[in-house]
Ligand binder design. Sequence first.
Ligand code: GMT
Length: 379
Amino acid sequence: MKIGIVCYPTFGGSGVVATELGKALAERGHQVHFVTYNQPARLDLFSENLFYHEVSVSNYPLFDFPPYELALASRLVDVVRFEKLDILHVHYAIPHASAAYMAKQILLTYGIYIPVVTTLHGTDITLVGKDRTFKPVVTFSINQSDGVTAVSENLRNDTYQFFEIQKDIRVIPNFIDLGRFNLKPKDHFKKAIAPAGERIVVHTSNFRKVKRTGDVVRIFAELVKQIPSKLLMVGDGLERSICEQLCRDLNITDNVRFLGKQDAIEEILSVSDLFLMPSQSESFGLAALEAMACKVPVISSDAGGLPELNVDGVTGFLKQVGDVEGMAEKAIYILEDDERLQQFKNNALERAKEFDLANILPIYEKYYSEVIELSRQNV
Ligand code: GMT
């Protein structure tokens, strides 16, 4: 198949899923064309089946708000026509689903019908999408997609609850490349971070409000009172400076390292004993899955799709959003006993294996074929 992929080219979960999916499809022999405004962060390999088409957005001084959606729609028309794509897969509804709809209508004037699959990732539905500024456009463009997928049952249900959707939404969960995300021998790094054999706790995110990074710091502040440990904060975003200040206020700066954005996340996870994800909302929790694949148990909130990934009492624990005390108590429970910690680590990896890329990739391929076939019948 010749597949066009649209996504945000950043470190965000939707961009990561889109890029890893595209890379894996290319490895299976499909021709994959990324149409994005920058080279996707994880598009870091050469393959004869991978192509990158940049969307350049005009910075003409009249525009206070450069029209990205129009530039994307135009580029999609161009790429679909000249590369003769079979299908477009757009990740994150806003504004990718509506840009794809516009491209589809323009392509019809050239006698081309391009089927569009929209994958809903989370905040495009739960935060931004349901805001009335976007709601009519999001509803319309989801209904106009030829196929719609959501990354968890919970996100599927939320979409039906918040929008008037007539389409069937297929759940295809996030996946993990176990070839990349696995426990790596990084003892020298572990010794440098935790010279006295302290436990290592980790959090990775884009430090947006929805991640409740302040809770991460507060949970750790309780934990470190009982168990010698270090906290690694990976990523960057608006809440980072607030968290740094909170660490000073709580007098734990010696035990916390802010590492900023990192490429080799799997190496950091490989030295870690516990992952914290107290998010306000989380459609799936890809960062937690990456941790689990590296044998790191997870203490998370029970928001969104997290219960579909993190099995309470088995791969970690789930607590209500904001229950800092409860999360700290469970973190101590896991970390205070070597044998118990090892059991949780093993369980985390076993669970992660269920989301192996090798299992999820054929589901996408089959879905593309179904959508292409159906759209041919309807033309
Ligand atoms: O987590 C983020 O803030 C990034 C966001 C995105 O859209 O880039 O991630 C969302 O999509 C991921 C991939 O499907 C999911 O694993 C994350 O749970 C989801 N984030 C939220 O729902 C907050």
